[in-house]
Design a protein around this ligand. Sequence first.
Ligand SMILES: [Zn+2]
Length: 173
Amino acid sequence: MAILEIKEYPDPILKQKAKPVEQIDDSIRRLLDDMVETMYAAPGVGLAAPQVGVSLRVIVVDASPKDEGAKLMKLINPVITHSEGSTSDEEGCLSIPEISGEVVRAKKISVEALDENGKPVSFTTDTFLARVIQHEIDHLNGILFIDRLSRLKQDLIKRKLKKRAKKEEPEKL
Ligand SMILES: [Zn+2]
């Protein structure tokens, strides 16, 4: 297994819609394992493939730090088949370090996906896991949590990020 580089805003891959996985083979299983290692090392509770530079519909989640009974899940081509209610909570993202914001999400979701062996999995959740999965599936659609904040808050954060990106640019000689 290997720890992968996490792409950070404004890397253009984060704005792309990821492609469905068509064949689940060893290279996909290796990607999943590397994503798990990268997520735990960060540390984070979820990671989507575009965040490590791979534009495929693959996510890993482990909400157990905030969600008793949650376990590691590796999900391929995940789809939310049903959602209801709404809830607001503070969110951050490994691709947007040091930024957080209050994001409204569905309270309860039903999910269908394939596991690493291509076996269909489906479940319903209304705990913290529901928020994590919605955040990660957003990544597969090129949506970041800051895109879900109020216009005012978005402008504020984007200005801050732009300033930071400029500062990190090397000096031009
Ligand atoms: Zn994220």
